[in-house]
Design a protein around this ligand. Structure first.
Ligand SMILES: Cc1cc2nc3c(=O)[nH]c(=O)nc-3n(C[C@H](O)[C@H](O)[C@H](O)COP(=O)(O)OP(=O)(O)OC[C@H]3O[C@@H](n4cnc5c(N)ncnc54)[C@H](O)[C@@H]3O)c2cc1C
Length: 475
């Protein structure tokens, strides 16, 4: 008899899972958890937390505004958010630092222990919140800006809205040879007509329209062959009005793509680069985007702000492990500029109480199970580092959730009061007075879309914390 009761409890008691972070990986994990309920007879409830009022992580605040199709992946996340077993709680910051409690985030801090008390499992989907550093003199001079800040600024991230970068330098230098570098360089050169149909935050839109930047110089450490741009992002450069792409013919000679060992993507990229190199710059184009490879920043110089950057010229060497490395030749090149944008990779931040691998900026785990911690799991960039496209996070979240569900099925359920679900919400509302729930977010979303509509923009973003709170309150 006692055994029967246990089995009944085991199968009917809801499993409460907290997902911390509402970017792609959090939403893919939530969807997989809720599907398990529908398909596998498990009753799973998901509460998703974000320190911001708005969900979708880098889909809202990272992906470039002139890529609305990519941003529209958020419609999938909306579908998950509308499920009955799902709740969203924005303006809730997971941390345990006293300082954090007093930073004006509306007291909206909850701790890991508090979540462990209330949930059967926690999935951390917090992404990579900071940026790798160059580690060179002058890196912190005004006018030298990390892409995390710049991207956050033009996308209306409340943490970066006040950045106010000076865009009066004719040339901007972008360090890095990946898609983030390309996004930043492209945003600086988009024609006004293209910008005006995007959801670029208004403060950035005005600054871009008034900008004096005419040229972006993108510098990669290794050669054109090792650059990490994707073909789609490169190809679209040819469709941008008034833009000429400049590549040194010596760095991308004819025939460079004729190599059977290359992947299809790499070959297409090289064809594009050598095409630009052979075509040469268009002297009549208003804007110029130049790629220069085998360059590493050595020093940023200036009297009180950036005036020039010294680049080291590299050659390539293949190590014993077969990997290609950039080696400094000792030669130098000085480039005049008032704006340096550093796009050399995002980096995860340690979470209180969890192990952290400082080298990779990730939480150590085995297929998503946090090392040495039962009931705690990771997905997305905090699990595997800042690589891959949005879709990569789905496969990755599915792997973690498979293990999580197997663990839940094996564990005796934690006893809970019948009104546990409601009690958790009441506790949260008391602890986090600025809390924005799903309904609140939907009101913000409707407001933003409504304001964008007359001008053919997807939305006009709200960036101010108090404005988010005001819009989210029931009327
Ligand atoms: C500039 C840029 C452009 C990109 N463009 C593209 C593109 O065009 N196409 C593409 O496929 N991919 C693109 N990507 C990659 C894509 O955005 C990532 O793969 C994806 O966002 C990673 O998802 P995530 O859920 O791990 O992290 P994130 O999207 O960063 O989400 C993490 C969430 O956790 C929240 N959070 C963090 N810490 C806490 C905390 N302590 N408490 C509560 N909440 C917290 C954050 O506020 C955030 O909402 C781009 C990335 C960048 C940086």
């Amino acid at each position: 008899m006692g055994h029967d009761v246990l089995v009944e409890n085991h199968t009917t008691r809801p499993h409460h899972v907290a997902v911390v972070g509402s970017g792609p990986s959090g939403f893919y994990a939530a969807a997989a958890l809720l599907d398990a309920g529908t398909d596998g007879g498990l009753d799973v409830r998901v509460d998703m937390f974000d320190r911001l009022a708005t969900p979708w992580g880098l889909v809202r605040l990272g992906v470039a505004p002139d890529h609305p199709k990519i941003k529209s992946v958020s419609a999938q996340y909306d579908k998950t958010a509308r499920r009955e077993e799902f709740r969203f709680f924005g303006h809730v910051h997971l941390g345990d630092d006293e300082e954090l409690r007093s930073t004006g985030e509306g007291g909206g801090v909850i701790t890991r222990d508090e979540l462990l008390e209330r949930y059967d499992a926690i999935v951390y989907a917090v992404g990579s919140q900071t940026e790798r550093r160059l580690g060179i003199p002058g890196e912190d001079l005004p006018g030298s800006i990390a892409s995390v800040d710049f991207v956050g600024w033009y996308n209306g991230h409340p943490d970066h809205a006040a950045l106010d970068p000076r865009l009066d330098s004719e040339r901007a230098v972008v360090i890095g040879a990946g898609n983030v570098a390309l996004d930043v360089a492209r945003m600086l050169l988009l024609p006004e007509a293209d910008l005006r149909t995007t959801d670029t935050a208004d403060h950035a839109l005005h600054a871009f329209v008034a900008s004096g930047v005419r040229e972006t110089l993108i510098c990669g450490r290794r050669s054109v062959r090792e650059a990490a741009f994707t073909t789609t992002e490169l190809r679209e450069l040819d469709d941008i009005a008034d833009l000429t792409v400049v590549v040194d013919p010596e760095q991308a000679p004819p025939g460079i793509a004729d190599d059977d060992t290359l992947t299809k993507g790499a070959r297409r990229n090289l064809e594009l680069f050598s095409g630009w190199a052979q075509r040469g710059p268009d002297p009549d184009a208003k804007h110029r985007m130049e790629f220069r490879f085998l360059r590493s920043p050595v020093e940023i110089r200036g009297d009180g702000r950036v005036e020039e950057i010294v680049l080291g010229i590299n050659r390539l060497e293949t190590g014993e492990d077969g990997r290609t490395r950039a080696v400094d030749t000792g030669e130098r090149e000085t480039v005049t500029t008032g704006l340096v944008l550093r796009a050399v990779g995002y980096r995860g931040v340690a979470l209180p109480g969890l192990p952290f691998d400082d080298d990779s900026g990730t939480v150590p785990h085995t297929e998503g199970r946090v090392e040495g911690h039962d009931r705690e799991y990771v997905v997305g960039w905090i699990k595997r580092g800042p690589t891959g496209i949005i879709g990569t996070n789905k496969k990755d979240a599915n792997e973690t959730v498979r293990h999580l569900l197997a663990d839940l099925a094996e564990r005796a359920p934690i006893e809970r009061a019948d009104d546990h679900h409601e009690a958790v919400e009441a506790w949260l509302r008391e602890r986090c007075p600025d809390l924005v729930d799903q309904e609140g977010w939907e009101a913000i979303d409707a407001h933003e879309r409504g304001r964008g509509e007359p001008d053919g923009r997807p939305r006009v973003k709200v960036v101010d914390r108090d404005h988010f709170i005001e819009l989210s309150r029931p009327r």
